[in-house]
Design a protein around this ligand. Structure first.
Ligand code: ADP
Ligand code: MG
Length: 306
């Protein structure tokens, strides 16, 4: 296990930013922490990286407890902070030299050269940080996070503010790094998780509301959903005895009708069965349709269910 978070709660004054969060990340996993603004993503990352202390609970990084051995934890973690604060009046190599000093890196000249190549900064290496585009600044942020070759990478919204080309490049780079490292990255973009991560953890209001393999979340997208509108009045416990595995979700309660979404795991077209079932059970169907389901929608549904 690379990262274990156990029952972490964080209060800012009386505001609960994290509420009893537990997460286990295996060595080599690339995990996406997905959630809207204010969900608690950055707070959780600051706790794992020992920049903030939890109000209660603890975490362990590569066998080192964040409360007992913060220095050891920092040795094993590379951290790209949100908004990536850099010294803008330094040259790239100068800045990386400064970071290398902090980590007491041996053969730092070689290591800096290596990391500049790895992060694709070779062409820009003689520039001042402030002369770089946002995409290249992010690469410098990644370079400083990687300089001491940590086992775990914590990346807080690494692609926010990048243009589409830079975004693709950054994702490719992170994916490449994820082959040899454990990565926890935060984002509020579902597609990003889809492109990079093995697993998705969805956080909202400081609580974890989903934790699944990316392919399982994607499979949810492939579930069949049918929207039906039923005339009021109608018997309660609608579709309870419908003989196909399903979940039913109230979508809209209108004056004379009600709209339900019925989710099926079956791929068979069930509209005729629904129609016949309704007829046999005294339900009047006013309309029926098959809405498309996108990942974005699954995410919003999960967040709204809270
Ligand atoms: P995210 O990174 O998911 O956007 P944050 O972890 O930054 O979320 O914030 C979680 C909650 O904690 C938010 O409601 C935010 O306003 C609050 N918060 C974050 N940092 C502080 C702070 N230093 N003092 C007070 N409240 C904070
Ligand atoms: Mg944040």
């Amino acid at each position: 296990m690379s990262v274990t978070i156990e029952g972490v709660t964080k209060l800012y004054g009386s505001q609960k930013a994290l509420d009893n969060v537990s997460i286990h990340i295996d060595k080599g996993e690339v995990v996406g922490l997905l959630g809207p603004n204010g969900a608690g993503k950055s707070t959780l990352m600051k706790i794992i990286t020992c920049y903030l202390k939890p109000t209660s609970g603890t975490a362990d990084v590569c066998g080192h407890d964040i409360l007992e051995s913060p220095l050891e934890v920092k040795k094993h973690i590379g951290y790209l902070q949100e908004n990536n604060p850099l010294y803008s009046d330094m040259y790239i190599a100068e800045y990386l030299d400064f970071i290398s000093e902090i980590y007491h890196i041996k053969k730092k000249k070689d290591r800096i050269k290596e990391i500049i190549e790895l992060t694709g900064l070779t062409k820009e290496q003689n520039k001042l940080i402030r002369e770089l585009s946002k995409g290249y600044k992010q690469r410098v942020g990644l370079a400083q996070a990687l300089i001491h070759d940590p086992e775990v990478l914590i990346l807080d919204e690494p692609t926010t503010g990048l243009d589409p080309n830079q975004l693709t490049e950054m994702r490719r780079l992170i994916k490449e790094l994820g082959k040899n490292k454990t990565v926890l990255l935060s984002t509020h973009i579902m597609q990003e998780v889809e492109a990079i991560c093995d697993r998705v953890i969805i956080i909202n209001n400081g609580k974890i509301i989903a934790n699944s393999k990316t392919e399982e979340i994607l499979a949810m997208q492939n579930m069949q959903s049918i929207e039906i509108e039923l005339k009021k009045p109608y018997p309660s416990d609608v579709f309870k005895s419908f003989p196909y595995e399903h979940k039913i979700e109230l979508k809209d309660n209108l004056e004379n009708s009600v709209k339900y979404l019925i989710h099926f795991t079956s791929e068979e077209d069930l509209r005729d069965r629904i129609f016949n079932y309704a007829k046999d059970n005294g339900l009047t169907i006013l309309s029926m349709g098959q809405p498309e389901r996108h990942l974005e929608e699954i995410f919003i549904n999960l967040v709204n269910k809270e």
